[in-house]
Structures are given as structure tokens and as C-alpha cells.
Design a protein around this ligand. Structure first.
Ligand code: SMO
Length: 721
């Protein structure tokens, strides 16, 4: 396969996104904007208990309200279960989860019944009138310790016994990390609109989704219909980030109820519903031990990865555990590896993929361990990394977990970041500020961003009048795919991008696809477009009459982006208030098609990564009640929280796809939190090796300084950590 880059790609006109004008002028079409006649509205009656037995449901008072059409329960809609999780791990226990419960309530926010009314307000009002008789039970929660229930899935990676005797170990460091649960707060909460056409026995579902083909299969499965009898349309989607990758019970219920009632139904999640019953992210507990020999070479990494997944498993729920286990030990050579991971269920909202999906966990654990090892051994953290990075000459590299890293010069990236950051000068200035009593830390993190496996498809039509239509299975949720895809097609066909119309997010007009996930849209989806264009072009050159249509399905071996983040953080010695003073970031995403869009992805990922590192946290109380239920309780970063970032892109083209492209969407969530964690730990070095966790709140940093054994003040009596 011949890779073509970068000479064939014209420079992108700066700032040109064909999506922007409509979106910025309020002319976009989101699910909310789709208007159909005779639409009725759905509100869900939800569990107030994390664990309870449902004794009875009394829908009569709600039904009595004028304008209420129905109150539907499991007795009306049947015993449908959620589609099974993608069986990505070998030991997957079956976990049937009913769309509506007959008896068992297993998380706060679980839908119990649905009320359908003429208006949204009326549906909500009636839902509050539905009488529930329940018997509360003790919930099993998973915040402090692994859930008691047996794991639903496991994974393990180990190295064979080394052929040569291992060198004497010099030093072992150990880290325990507890990632907070967070929410992928999209601008647009979940929403869907379902229309049942009784004559054609066909359902059309407008849905905010990253994977229309997956949603089509899941909805068809729930309805017991052939896939062709379900059309999924994803109009403009206001952000997804993994949380809109898999269907939720509410969406399948709206589809079932539309058929049950023979009409058109709309459901729009409130922000509170997204917080309490939407799909959460992260929340893993990680522990690891890194062992070095006297020279500083990484001899062994052992790690335990514990991923609590909540009450039911979304289709992609096992992806984070699988990714964390396969991405470790990151871009480093480690002589021996022992990784054990498990996923478990508990009485909380479900946890699914969220931007990075296991990659951030792998980077956080490995990079924390490396900085600890540097402090314990007295080696410089950059020098320690330099020593252990996989060499460019060894690419492609088969990792200890069996992954094939395609390309990349990790040493060059680290060196470039050091030069850009002016690392020696930064260390000198840190020493001077420390001598003057300031707490200042420098954090380094390197990361890998594997960019998706499998296939994507495309269809390209050349019209007689010179226009081109491109249809892709990889939809858009704000990334600007139409701009990028038009640019790819224009480059391949030698036409103007303006002549290229792009169709996305409609199972009737687009070919099937895996979807916009795992940083894969450009590398795999874009390559499918390039392949279809090449076929169309050669058929045209062969004299075939127009219009002509070429289809392609492109299957790629995985591309691996990587990068390095360096951050300087000051911590106020009196209040613990952290301030990110500087952030330098070198990312290598291979051949970049559209630098403006790629930079947007990097910045957006960094904002979400910074939020997770510094402030975001879903909190449950001891009864399993979520107590962060709004944006008043849950801290999202604002523009003023973002430091100035210096971003540089390097290019190690991937040999695994037609464009030399890699992914870019998740990098910010992967590298930034790890660098900020290391900067905070470095800032607090004078206080020993405090066990910091994300988010790095002022309170936590203050406690670490105030109650550490190295603290100048005596530790307070009530010290809790
Ligand atoms: S977490 Mo992504 O949408 O694969």
C-alpha cells in the first residue's frame, strides 16, 4: 500500500470549516430542531434509590391528567434487555439488564416508567404523580473499595520468563491512584426523536450518536426488526466524547414506545438526568509497581487495574479496561510485565468510554511511577525517560502486551518538548523560587494514543456536472468531519473542496461504519474516502460514463500517535491554590490533513483533560445518591482556567493507512492530566511523597502540605490524610 503525504495535500485555508457558519449563526439542526407533526413528549419516572425492590407502580393519577396519553411500564413494553456489551475481553460474564425493571432497582436515576403527554411540561408534571412503592435495600458502591460482586470481565498481560537472567533490582516505587468519576458534559444533553411508520413498519430515529450503524443494529434488535426497517439520522450533535457512542435504555424505550403507540415521540434529557443517569467516565482504581535496575533501566512493571462500571454495561463499557491494559507500559521498554485488570458492577450509573477511554489511565499510572522513581533514585525525570523510551530505529515495535506500535520518534519528541520548554532554565528558575520559599513543580508526561482498529467505509459519486458526493460511515459531533473529508476527496480527485458535498450520519444515505470513536475518523474513515476516490478516478480515466459511484471499505492496522506534555505549576503555600503557569505540548499525530481542525481537537481535549486533572468530580454519598447533579455542583473549566498553551506538532506518518494520518482527538485528555499530576507532586516534593489524587483541588494540596510528616507545622489532630 502506497502512502501519499504530504505533497498531495494542499495547505488548508486557515479557519475554513464549512460547518461554522450555520453553527455560529444558530442555524444548525440538532435533534431539538427537528419538528414533526403530532409529536408527543416523553418523561421518565426514575429511581430515587440506588438499590431497592419495586413493589408496585400506580400510573392512574398521571393518566388522569388531561393531555397524558400513556404511562408505560415493563408490563406494557415487555422484557427487553439492553444489548450485550462488546465482548472485547475473554472472560465476560453475561449481564442482562432490563430496559424497564420488573422488580430490581439498581441505581439512582434508573428509568422505571415512561409518561407520554402532549407537551414536555405536562409529561414531567405527570411523571411526578406516578406512585411507586419500593423497599429500599443496601447498595453496593464502588468508590472506596472494589465492589463485592464477582467481576464481570478480566484481562491480563504477562511477559514470558526472560531468557537472560535479570539484572539486580535497585529500586521499586509503588503508586495507588483513584480516578474520580466524571461526566462528559456535552453542550447538548442526550436527545432523540422517534417516528413509527405503521404502513411501512419502519422506525426513523433522530439521535445524537457517534455510531449510527451501531445504534441502528441495537434499535432493530430491541424492536425485533431487520436493520433495514430502522433508519437512524444523526443531525448536528452538540458534543459526544464517548458518552454518545452506545445507546442508553431511554433511547431504546422511546423507539419501542413510538411503535407501541403508533406515533412520534421526543425525549430530551435534562442536565440533571445526564448527571444522574447518563454515562459516566473514568472512576478506575489503579495500582502499580515499577522496578529499576542500578542503571535506571525499567526492569518490571506490575499493575492492578480495577474498573467499576456501574449498574449495567454499555456496548463500549469494556473498552477503557482493555485499552489501559494494552497501552501500558506506554512508550517505554520494560523487561517484564505483569498486568491484571478487572471490571465490576455496582449500584451506580453506568460508566462508559470517555475521551481517551483507558489511555489516560495508562498514562497517569506509568508517568506517575516514573516521576516517583526519578525522585527516589535522584535521577532527572527527563533523563530517566530518555533512557527507557522505545527507539525510533526499533519501529515498528511489538509491545509486551502484543500491540504493534507503527511509527514515531519518541526521543525526538521529548527532546523537542525540552527545547521548547527550555527545561534546564526552567529547573534553574524552579530552584531559585524554591529557595525563596515557593512551591513550584515541573511535570513531564509522555503518552500514546492508539487510534482505532477495524474498518470504515465510504461511497464517492462523481456527477456529470463536476460535483462530487462523498458519504462516510463516520459521523460528526462537532469535529468538522465534512471539512476534512471534502479536503481529502478534493486532494485525491484534483478538484475544489467546494465541489464536494459530504453526507454523514444517516443510515439511509451513508454506508455502514463503526463510527466516530477512538480518534479513528481521519486515519480510517479518511482512508476509506481516499480509496473510494482513487477507484472512482481510475474508472473515470478508463472512460466510464458519469455519474459513477465507487464504494470502499478500508481496514487498517492501528496507528499510534504520541506526544509529550511539560507543565509548570505553582502551589500557594498558604491556601494550596494551584496555578498552571506554563504548558508546553508536543504532539505527533502523523500527517495532519487540516491543521486548524487538528489544533481545535488538541485544545478541546486539553480543556477536558485539565478539567479532570484540576476540578471535575462526580460525587455520590454513602447511600449511592449522586450529589453533583448540576453545573452548580460540578466544576467545569472555564476559559479563564485555561493556561496559555504552546503546542507544536511533529509528523511521524503512519504506514498503516493511505493518508499517513493518526488520531488527535483524545491526546489532550491523555497527556495533560498526567503532566499536571507530576507537576503537583513535584511542587510538593519538600513534603515527602504525598499521595495526591485527581482532581488536584486546593483543599487536597493544602492538606498534603499541612499534614505531611515533613510539614514545618505539627500535623493537626484531625488530620484525615
Ligand atoms: S472515548 Mo471515544 O468516543 O472512543
Amino acid at each position: 500500500m502506497q502512502a501519499v503525504f504530504p505533497s498531495r495535500s494542499p495547505p488548508a485555508a486557515p479557519g475554513v470549516r464549512r460547518e461554522d457558519e450555520a453553527l455560529l449563526r444558530g442555524l444548525g439542526c440538532f435533534v431539538h430542531d427537528v419538528r414533526l407533526p403530532d409529536t408527543c413528549h416523553v418523561a421518565f419516572v426514575r429511581s430515587a434509590h440506588a438499590h431497592a425492590l419495586l413493589r408496585s407502580i400506580d400510573g392512574a393519577p398521571a393518566r388522569a391528567l388531561p393531555g397524558v396519553l400513556a404511562v408505560l411500564t415493563a408490563a406494557d413494553l415487555g422484557e427487553q434487555c439492553m444489548p450485550a456489551a462488546n465482548p472485547l475481553l475473554p472472560e465476560l460474564a453475561p449481564t442482562d439488564f432490563p430496559l424497564l425493571p420488573r422488580q430490581h432497582l439498581t441505581y439512582v436515576g434508573q428509568p422505571i416508567a415512561m409518561v407520554i403527554a402532549r407537551s414536555h411540561a405536562l409529561a414531567c408534571q405527570a411523571a411526578a404523580l406516578v406512585g411507586l412503592e419500593v423497599q429500599a435495600l443496601t447498595p453496593e458502591l464502588d468508590f472506596a473499595a472494589p465492589a463485592q460482586a464477582s467481576p464481570v470481565a478480566r484481562t491480563a498481560h504477562g511477559s514470558p520468563e526472560p531468557s537472560q537472567p535479570t539484572r539486580p533490582m535497585q529500586l521499586s516505587v509503588h503508586a495507588k491512584l483513584q480516578l474520580p468519576r466524571v461526566l462528559a458534559v456535552a453542550l447538548e444533553p442526550r436527545a432523540c426523536l422517534a417516528r413509527w411508520d405503521a404502513q411501512q413498519a419502519r422506525l426513523t430515529l433522530w439521535l445524537g450518536s457517534q455510531s449510527p450503524s451501531r445504534a441502528q443494529a441495537d434499535v432493530a434488535g430491541a424492536l425485533g426488526l431487520p436493520e433495514a426497517q430502522v433508519r437512524v439520522i444523526c443531525p448536528d450533535v452538540g458534543g459526544a466524547f464517548g458518552a454518545k457512542a452506545s445507546v442508553c435504555p431511554e433511547e431504546l424505550l422511546v423507539a419501542l414506545a413510538a411503535r407501541h403507540l403508533g406515533g412520534t415521540l421526543r425525549w430530551a434529557s435534562s442536565r440533571l438526568e445526564d448527571f444522574s443517569a447518563g454515562m459516566h467516565g473514568r472512576g478506575a482504581r489503579l495500582s502499580g509497581t515499577l522496578t529499576l535496575d542500578a542503571a535506571g533501566d525499567f526492569q518490571a512493571l506490575s499493575a492492578r487495574l480495577d474498573f467499576p462500571l456501574g449498574a449495567w454495561l454499555a456496548f463500549s463499557a469494556l473498552v477503557p479496561l482493555r485499552n489501559a491494559a494494552r497501552v501500558l507500559p506506554g512508550p517505554y521498554r520494560v523487561a517484564r510485565l505483569d498486568l491484571q485488570g478487572q471490571a465490576s458492577r455496582s449500584h451506580t450509573a453506568p460508566v462508559n468510554i470517555y475521551r481517551g477511554a483507558g489511555r489516560p489511565e495508562a498514562a497517569l499510572l506509568m508517568e506517575t511511577l516514573i516521576d516517583q522513581a526519578a525522585r527516589a533514585s535522584g535521577m532527572d525525570p527527563v533523563a530517566l525517560r530518555q533512557r527507557n523510551l522505545i527507539r525510533a530505529a526499533d519501529m515498528p515495535w511489538r509491545s509486551a502486551t502484543g500491540e504493534l506500535l507503527d511509527s514515531g520518534d519518541y526521543l525526538r519528541t521529548l527532546e523537542r518538548a525540552c527545547a521548547r520548554f527550555d527545561y534546564p532554565a526552567e529547573r534553574a528558575s524552579q530552584a531559585a523560587r524554591r529557595a525563596a520559599g515557593e512551591c513550584v513543580g515541573i511535570g513531564v508526561a509522555m503518552y500514546l494514543e492508539p487510534c482505532g482498529q477495524g474498518w470504515e467505509s465510504a461511497r464517492v459519486t462523481l456527477h456529470a456536472d463536476g460535483r462530487v458526493t462523498v458519504a462516510s460511515g463516520s459521523p460528526d459531533q462537532g469535529q468538522g468531519h465534512a471539512s476534512t473529508f471534502a479536503q481529502i476527496a478534493a486532494t485525491e480527485l484534483g478538484c475544489q473542496a467546494q465541489a464536494v458535498e459530504v453526507l454523514l450520519g444517516d443510515t439511509d444515505t451513508c454506508p455502514a461504519g463503526i463510527g466516530a470513536l477512538a480518534s479513528r475518523s481521519t486515519a480510517i474513515g479518511g482512508s476509506a474516502i481516499a480509496q473510494a476516490c482513487r477507484e472512482a478516478r481510475s474508472r473515470r480515466q478508463g472512460g466510464e460514463a458519469l455519474p459513477l459511484t465507487a464504494q470502499a471499505r478500508f481496514t487498517a492496522a492501528e496507528a499510534w500517535s504520541h506526544g509529550c506534555v511539560m507543565a509548570r505549576m505553582a502551589v500557594d503555600a498558604d491556601t494550596g491554590e494551584p496555578r498552571i503557569e506554563r504548558l508546553v505540548w508536543v504532539d505527533d499525530a502523523g500527517h495532519i490533513i487540516n491543521p486548524v481542525l487538528a489544533r481545535g481537537q488538541l485544545l478541546g481535549g486539553a480543556a477536558q483533560g485539565l478539567g479532570q486533572a484540576m476540578m471535575e468530580r462526580m460525587v455520590y454519598d454513602a447511600n449511592g445518591q449522586p450529589i453533583t447533579g448540576s453545573l452548580m455542583d460540578y466544576a467545569l473549566p472555564r476559559a479563564s482556567d485555561m493556561p496559555a498553551m504552546e503546542i507544536e506538532s511533529l509528523c511521524s506518518p503512519s504506514p498503516h493507512n493511505l493518508l499517513g494520518a493518526k488520531g488527535v482527538g483524545e491526546a489532550g485528555c491523555i497527556g495533560v492530566p498526567a503532566a499536571l499530576m507530576n507537576a503537583a507532586r513535584d511542587a510538593l516534593q519538600a513534603f515527602g511523597e504525598p499521595e495526591l489524587q485527581l482532581p488536584l483541588t486546593a483543599e487536597q494540596l493544602w492538606r498534603a502540605m499541612t499534614f505531611s510528616s515533613n510539614s514545618p507545622q505539627p500535623a493537626g489532630k484531625g488530620a484525615t490524610r
